[in-house]
Design a binder for this molecule. Structure first.
Ligand code: ADP
Ligand code: MG
Length: 251
């Protein structure tokens, strides 16, 4: 543990996290602390363990040892669905949207159930859901596409829709794995704008390779290499770190 820091000060405190796959440590004694309202970007070469870190936080992969505290709750002992309910949303590399449903319907089915304060008043709940769908659709630049089938969206719009399907659940931590891969330059800029807007109420943990995009969004950058932190700090600090240039940026 860091001297002078109690994990509870952080939204997310990962400490001494290790996962071993048949003796290979994909994540090796990793400690990482994310603040409230922070956009943290994880960069690093292929195979560094970036996706595995997200898998561990969302409960898809079980840690071999170490701890993941989220708002003081230990995630390593929780199931995936319990972790979602605690307020952690995770987007995978390939969008998992429903192609045969409209944008509206995709957002609507993602609205959390059993959280309504309106009880049996279905029409009131419906209105609340509709309002929230419209609000989120505006955020993800799809308010003019609500009645379009998801399979007709561009690649970038599909990525935004999936972010919207997570946003509608109002997670406190949103995790995104390479969200701008395959996007056009203007879609990347809009995605940066989107992330900068949504952190008013949450933190975001992003894996990304696109350095322009990282510069646009990162409050802090963590560079992973062989399951460990190679460097961490502001983009400015990290990109001038000779170790980072050697193993990652120089290539
Ligand atoms: P990155 O996202 O940084 O490219 P990954 O986290 O996907 O890297 O993978 C890190 C390393 O762990 C790779 O060598 C990968 O092959 C290995 N790995 C990831 N998941 C598993 C798994 N479920 N079983 C065995 N090895 C895995
Ligand atoms: Mg990956």
């Amino acid at each position: 543990m860091l001297v002078g820091h109690q994990p509870k000060e952080f939204l997310l405190a990962v400490e001494a996290l290790t996962v071993s796959f048949d003796g290979f440590k994909a994540v090796n004694d990793l400690s990482l602390y994310v603040d409230e309202n922070e956009i943290r970007v994880i960069i690093g070469p292929n195979g560094a363990g970036k996706t595995t870190v997200l898998d561990l936080i969302c409960g898809k992969t079980k840690a071999t040892s170490g701890s993941i505290q989220f708002r003081g709750k230990e995630l390593t002992r929780m199931k995936e669905n319990e972790i979602v309910k605690t307020g952690v949303g995770r987007k995978f590399q390939n969008p998992s949207i429903y192609d045969d449903l409209t944008v509206f319907e995709n957002l609507e089915i993602s609205y959390p159930r059993g959280r309504s304060v309106f009880g049996a008043l279905t029409f009131t709940r419906d209105a609340a859901v509709r309002d929230r769908v419209h609000e989120v659709a505006e955020m993800i630049f799809l308010k003019d596409r609500l009645n379009v089938n998801a399979d007709l969206l561009s690649h970038g719009q599909k990525q935004w829709l999936e972010i919207g399907m997570l946003l509608i659940q109002d997670p406190d931590l949103l995790m995104l794995d390479e969200p701008v891969a395959g996007m056009s330059v203007s879609e990347r800029a809009k995605t940066a704008e989107l992330l900068n807007r949504i952190i008013k109420n949450r933190s975001v943990l992003v894996i990304e390779h696109d350095m322009k995009f990282v510069e646009d969004i990162a409050h802090k950058v963590t560079v992973l290499h062989q399951g460990q932190i190679l460097s961490e700090g502001t983009m400015e600090k990290v990109k001038n770190d000779p170790k980072v240039v050697e193993v990652y940026l120089g290539h």
